[in-house]
Structure formats: structure tokens, C-alpha cells
Design a protein around this ligand. Sequence first.
Ligand code: ZN
Ligand code: ZN
Length: 287
Amino acid sequence: MRERHASSQYLHLGSRHILIDCAEGTQLRLQELKISPMKLDTVLISHLHGDHYYGLIGLINSMHLNGRTNPLKMYGPPELINILNLMLKASDTHLRYPLNFTALENHEPQLLDADNQLKITAFGVKHRIPAWGFRFDEIVGRKINQDFLTEHTPSHEAMQQIQLGKDFTAVDGEVLANETITHQAHHPRSYAYCTDTAYHETLVRHIFRADLLYHEATFGKDMADFAEQTFHSTTVQAAEIARQAEVGKLIIGHFSSRYKDTQILLDESRSVFTQTELALDNRKFLI
Ligand SMILES: [Zn+2]
Ligand SMILES: [Zn+2]
């Protein structure tokens, strides 16, 4: 539909700028939202249906033309890199920046990336062709407990070591375990993305207690049979997965174009999981 474009999401945390799927029109949407693609450090592609990656070659090429030199990490189905390489070769394009591609291999949870801010995991979903979901877990540093500081007055260097997770040896030789003298600075936030999947209870353990879950809901609840045949989910199935996974909030999207009015889809999902919102174009969610 004109006001409902295909899938692409932008996730921002600290210095990380991540694109999840890249349908046709993604570049224009990024422009509208004043998000520079040059900032992207990672692109994740869930599967090779066109509504999830047909915008990718355009985006890759634009960054090249705009002089990008920073490496770009990319994760996707194994065939993706061959498709991109063929297109680049045919146009005699030699990217100015390294495209570091990692293939998503099987359906077991796979750790893709971890730094001091974020951990990214991929896991298989249940679709007509191989497809993956992603989970993002914030890494939160440790803060030193105030009573420890008052009692032991550690040196600046010792404090740095403690913040890195090291234990502390007191002047009397007693070793104080890190977890007894620090606490987590704040609740680590998490987000999970499950698009293009049939109802699949295996997902529950992969997305368990995520603060925010995006789960596709292509069809209304009266189309459960068709959803199963086409490896998609209904509103109430998405909500049921959210309920079982005890997530904080659910966003549903990827609606079939047959639904002109999405309110009924929202109402159906909320009948099972009240904390549901709709993924509409350019909508932002703060976790
Ligand atoms: Zn698909
Ligand atoms: Zn799709």
C-alpha cells in the first residue's frame, strides 16, 4: 500500500547504527528521517524475499558513490553475497569500503557480534525459504557500590579495573568478588525482530523477556489456515508468542495489503496481548 512500505528498520544504540532488512524504498525513508546511511555499521538481512532486501544494492552503491571508506558489516543468507557481487561485477563497481559479509548458516542461535555496547544473535524462524530472526541485547557496564568506595577508597587505577569486572584485593589481603562490590548501571535493554514466520513456539526461548518484540502479523485471526500455508502469522499468533515470551511490548507489522484498516489487526492482537502497537511507516519506538 502507498502508505505502508515493505520491511526495513533502523536500530540506534550509543555509537551503533544498525539496519535490519532493506526493502525497496529504504534509502528514501532514511532521507526522510534524516538518518545518514554513512553512519550504518551493520546491516542484517532476514531472508531473500524481495520485500526484505531489494533496496540493498542501491544503498550499497550510494554509500560507495558518497565516498564511504568505513567498513560495513553485513549478515544474511549465504546466497546474498553472490547476488551482490554479481551486480557489482556487472557494473564494474569496486566498492571503496570493505563489505564484511558473514553468512547465516543454520537455525541454531548464532552469536553474530558483540562489543562493549551490544550483543547481536541470529536464530532461525519458520518460513517458506530459510529465514532468520535477530535479538539485540544491550551490554551494560558495572557501577561501583558507594559503600565500597567509602570503606576502601580504591586508587583510580583500581577503580578502572573493577569497572572492567576485576575483583578487588583489600589492604588486608581479602579478595572481594566483583559482583559483591558493583551493580549493573541500569537494566540492559533488549529488542527482538521476527519477521516472515509461521507460528513457531521455538521462538519463545530465543526472544524470552525482550523489552520490545517485533513479530510479523501478515493476516487477521480468521486466516490462520492460509497463514500456515504461506508460512506467515496471524495477529493473535504473534500476540500469543509475545505472551509466552513475556516480552515488554509487541509491535506487529508486515500486514497483507488486503487490510486497508489496521485497527482491527491491532484490536485482535491486543485481545491476547494488551501491550501491542502497530509498525507503521516512519514510526519510532524508544526502548
Ligand atoms: Zn518472506
Ligand atoms: Zn516479507
